[in-house]
Design a protein around this ligand. Structure first.
Ligand code: GAR
Length: 209
């Protein structure tokens, strides 16, 4: 089987990127990362890519007139390298409809809560965990989903719950959730690479083969 070519878009530390790098190297994902693109120059994720001899590009949104122009440039870079699946791993810019149409059901995102709760504008990273704790939730978790035109509302691929403890802080909850993110993202990408995701509208069925 040919290796799936993956493009990873990042903005930050890149621990999910690292989990994908490790899984590709160890054979837990039958794929390889063709390119990592960051919208932030100082994102540590770029270093992680370079250390693993993966092409790492910094492309600044501010250098483009519109979101669409920026999206076209991202697509150009990914097309050049034959990317078949785009993984958002802590990428904090809104995905332009141009990319959503071009890579229909081929852009995945990981979100650190159980969508559709605690998603939408402003809900990223620690903001999500803070909101979950302030609300008094007893469970939170992780969602891997495809991207559609509605922010954080695309078809759900996998979810995993994580209990919220009475003495949890934003940091303690976020680190337990992050550990689950690393496992579930790898699992979702592997299922995609093995063509085991059957997508019908909002429903993603995992095919047992
Ligand atoms: C992760 O927790 C990811 O779920 C979150 O950003 C963090 C990135 O960490 N994404 C969102 O909140 C998207 N709405 P990482 O750079 O260490 O992978």
């Amino acid at each position: 089987m040919n290796k799936l070519k993956i493009g990873v878009l990042v903005s930050g530390g890149g621990t999910n990127l690292q989990a994908i790098i490790d899984a590709c190297r160890e054979g837990n994902i039958p794929g390889e990362i063709a390119v990592v693109i960051s919208n932030r120059k100082e994102a540590y994720a770029l270093e992680r890519a370079k250390k693993n001899k993966i092409e790492a590009l910094y492309i600044d949104r501010k250098a483009f007139i519109s979101n669409r122009d920026y999206a076209q440039r991202l697509a150009e870079e990914m097309d050049k390298r034959g990317v078949e699946l785009v993984c958002l791993a802590g990428f904090l810019l809104l995905i332009d409809p141009f990319l959503i149409v071009k890579y229909k059901n081929k852009i995945m995102n990981i979100h650190p809560a159980l969508l559709p709760a605690f998603g939408g504008k402003g809900m990223y990273g620690k903001n999500v965990h803070r909101a979950v704790l302030e609300y008094g939730c007893k469970v939170s978790g992780v969602t891997v989903h495809f991207i559609n035109e509605k922010y954080d509302r695309g078809a759900i691929i996998l979810q995993k719950t994580v209990n919220v403890l009475d003495n949890d802080t934003v940091d303690s909850l976020s680190s337990r959730i992050l550990a689950e993110e690393h496992k579930i993202y790898v699992q979702a990408i592997r299922l995609f690479a093995e063509k085991k995701l059957d997508i019908k509208g909002r429903k993603v069925r995992i095919i047992d083969k």
